[in-house]
Every structure is written in structure tokens, then in C-alpha cells.
Design a protein around this ligand. Structure first.
Ligand SMILES: [Fe+2]
Ligand SMILES: [Fe+2]
Length: 263
């Protein structure tokens, strides 16, 4: 199975941009890159901050751009999303819950089970999993024994070492880790929010973040550095899952790549 991941497209309406970056056009570049993949991914996972300020106009532009994607996609919300407009925009995505306070779900992609979590706190940049969401997660993991699964969420469950991003990270890391550690079938926990590629061992599995299709967070490990964005090359990730290997992740730049044979 091939799960492609893109994250944090922060789509804005036509004519608007983020610090000079046309985020909608950059999502289209990512989609063109995904469409050129052969074999095609079984699923494209988009890990939150789908739009920049959560308006219906932004979601309309997002859906307009996503219409060009050949592979099926699964979406989950980030802190820049708004649940109600998000729900309206993706009303045709049957895997999303039709009611209830949170946008978390299970979706099976062949033998792989995707467990998507909603870490949003309305009005906050940081993320959480309250008792209700953690309880749902623990219950779903219990019911998925022996099945290879990938957990996806916007806010990563680990400290990244980038101080200004850790300050707006997930506020329940230990409780989340306790649940994950009870299950050996969690292949990886893959996230967005940090707009960079990061991998770390976590609770007996691997936790990772995916770069943005648009702007990247500046790289710094200094607590004196101010928060900032960088127009570094955007990227995407390809998670190849095979029974013999588990998940193997490839990071790809989003750019037109000229391919030459060795000969
Ligand atoms: Fe973001
Ligand atoms: Fe975010």
C-alpha cells in the first residue's frame, strides 16, 4: 500500500497569498507531483491546516484545487481549520463523521487502518486530545488488535526541539503516549503543524511530521529565535507499507524532476 502525505497547504482565496507565497498555486504543484507518481498512491492523506483562516471561500478554493487530484484523499483538521465550514466543504467524504463535536475517524485502506485524530482547540494555535477524544482513540485501538495501523493527527505528540513550535504543540503528550505504548501494531504516528520533516522514536513506534506544500517553519533549536517562516522548498512524503517491512517513508521535494537513466 502507498499512502502519500501532504500537509499544511494553508489555501487562501484567489488573489491572496501568505507572505508573498501563493499557497493555492503551491497546492496545485503538489497535486501535479502526486499525479505524476507511478504507481499512484492508494490514498493521499492531508494532515491539517487545509486552509489559512477557515472561511467557506477558502474551502471552496481548496475543493476546486483538490478536484485535480487523481488519487482518493483523506483529510483531517488543524488549528487553522474551522470545523463547521470544514464539514460543509467535505460533506461528500463518507469517512468523516456527520455529527458529534470532533472530526476523528477510522478509514481502512486495504489491509492498513488509518486512525485520524482531531487535535483542534477552537481559537488556539496549540492542540489537545481531551478525555472524550483520548477515550475514543483508546477504544478504537483496542478494537484494531493485530491490524497494521497508522495514526494521523495535526499536532505532533513529541517535542521537536524547535522552541516556538513546541510552545504551540500537543498538551497531552504523556497520556497519548501511554495509550500508544499498549499497542504494537501502530506502524507510525504522522502529523503536520511544524511545516518540516521530523522523525523520532515515540512510545514503541515512530512519530513524524510532514513539510508544508507551501511555506516552511524556520529551522532553529534556539529558544531566543523568534518564530518565522522560510520559503524553503516544499515537500511531501510517501509511506510505503508492505507486510514484510512495515512502513518505509520517502521524502520528496515538490518540483518538476527531470529523470535520467543511469546509462
Ligand atoms: Fe500549518
Ligand atoms: Fe498548525
Amino acid at each position: 500500500m502507498i499512502i502519500a502525505q501532504i500537509s499544511d497547504p494553508h489555501v487562501m482565496p484567489p488573489g491572496r497569498n501568505h507572505l508573498g507565497i501563493d499557497t493555492a498555486a503551491m497546492l496545485t504543484s503538489a497535486i501535479e507531483r502526486l499525479n505524476r507518481l507511478s504507481p499512484q498512491p492508494d490514498c493521499v492523506l492531508i494532515t491539517g491546516d487545509l486552509v489559512d483562516s477557515g472561511t467557506d471561500a477558502e474551502y471552496a478554493e481548496l475543493r476546486h484545487r483538490l478536484a485535480g487530484l487523481q488519487a482518493p484523499c483523506r483529510v483531517l483538521p488543524g488549528n487553522h481549520d474551522e470545523r463547521d465550514p470544514f464539514r460543509r466543504a467535505f460533506a461528500d467524504h463518507a469517512y468523516l463523521p456527520k455529527d458529534g463535536p470532533f472530526l476523528q475517524y477510522i478509514s481502512d485502506i486495504g489491509p492498513l487502518r488509518l486512525v485520524a485524530l482531531d487535535t483542534v482547540i477552537p481559537g488556539s494555535l496549540g492542540g489537545t486530545l481531551c478525555d472524550e477524544r483520548l477515550g475514543w482513540f483508546a477504544h478504537k485501538l483496542q478494537g484494531s488488535a493485530g491490524r497494521p495501523l497508522i495514526v494521523a493527527m495535526h499536532h505532533p505528540p513529541m517535542l521537536t526541539g524547535i522552541p516556538f513550535m513546541d510552545a504551540i504543540g500537543l498538551d497531552c503528550r504523556d497520556r497519548f503516549a501511554e495509550i500508544v505504548a499498549r499497542h504494537r501494531n501502530v506502524q507510525m504516528i504522522t502529523c503536520g503543524h511544524v511545516h518540516r520533516t521530523i522523525f523520532t522514536p515515540f512510545a514503541g513506534t515512530v512519530a513524524s511530521t510532514c513539510p508544508s506544500t507551501a511555506h516552511q517553519v524556520i529551522f532553529t533549536l534556539s529558544d531566543k529565535a523568534p518564530a518565522g517562516w522560510a520559503a524553503e522548498p516544499p515537500g511531501l512524503q510517501i509511506h510505503l507499507w508492505q507486510p514484510e517491512t512495515g512502513v518505509v517513508t520517502h521524502s520528496l521535494p515538490i518540483a518538476h524532476t527531470q529523470v535520467h537513466d543511469f546509462e
